[in-house]
Design a binder for this molecule. Structure first.
Ligand code: ZN
Length: 185
């Protein structure tokens, strides 16, 4: 991502919006946006993919769930924020994932122009493939600023999505147990 180019282009956007005088805003806001974008869109750089440390599974055959990991992303349709929580349940195979990796994985896939559907799928598939889990279930709850600030102005609407892989897809009881862990207080 070329920071200088983003800065130049945003200067034009601001002028077009109507900020014409050479104020602090016209001078420095494009710089601030470029800097913020570097962080907000850091997931565009594959080099930032979280390094996965796997540990030998001691003896665990059941569900591990991490509930309500906060995330912030930008919708690719309007480049407005959407944000909320990602909740993940998985049943490990021979390896288990270090707990701190769940928020790192979430952050990486959220840090790009995204849609909630793809974010849900990418988090689930990444864990499923890297960990060779027996099953993965991901639930995302989000508020979308493009729904709340503009258009239909649908405040308080919560968009929920899920991705279900492996044993959670086949076994109803196992899936219900995971959903209980992920959704109940
Ligand atoms: Zn949108």
């Amino acid at each position: 991502m070329d920071q200088d180019k983003i800065e130049d282009l945003f200067k034009e956007v601001l002028k077009e919006i109507g900020i014409r005088e050479n104020t602090e805003v016209l001078k420095n806001t494009p710089k601030r946006i470029a800097r913020a974008y570097k962080e907000i869109f850091s997931g565009m750089d594959d080099g930032n993919e979280p390094r996965i440390t796997l540990f030998k599974n001691p003896c665990y055959d059941d569900i591990l769930a991490v509930k309500d990991i906060p995330f912030y992303s930008m919708c690719e349709h309007h480049l407005l924020p959407f944000f909320g929580t990602v909740s993940i349940a998985y049943i490990p195979g021979n390896k288990i994932l270090g707990l701190s990796k769940f928020p790192r994985i979430t952050k990486f896939f959220a840090a790009k122009p995204q849609v909630q559907e793809r974010l849900t799928k990418e988090v689930a598939d990444f864990i499923n493939e890297k960990v060779k889990a027996k099953g993965v279930l991901v639930i995302i709850k989000a508020r979308h600023m493009c729904m709340e600030m503009r258009g239909i102005k649908s405040r308080n609407a919560e968009t929920r999505s899920s991705a279900i892989r492996g044993v959670f897809r086949k076994g109803k009881e196992t899936r219900e147990e995971a959903l209980k862990l992920l959704l109940e207080e």
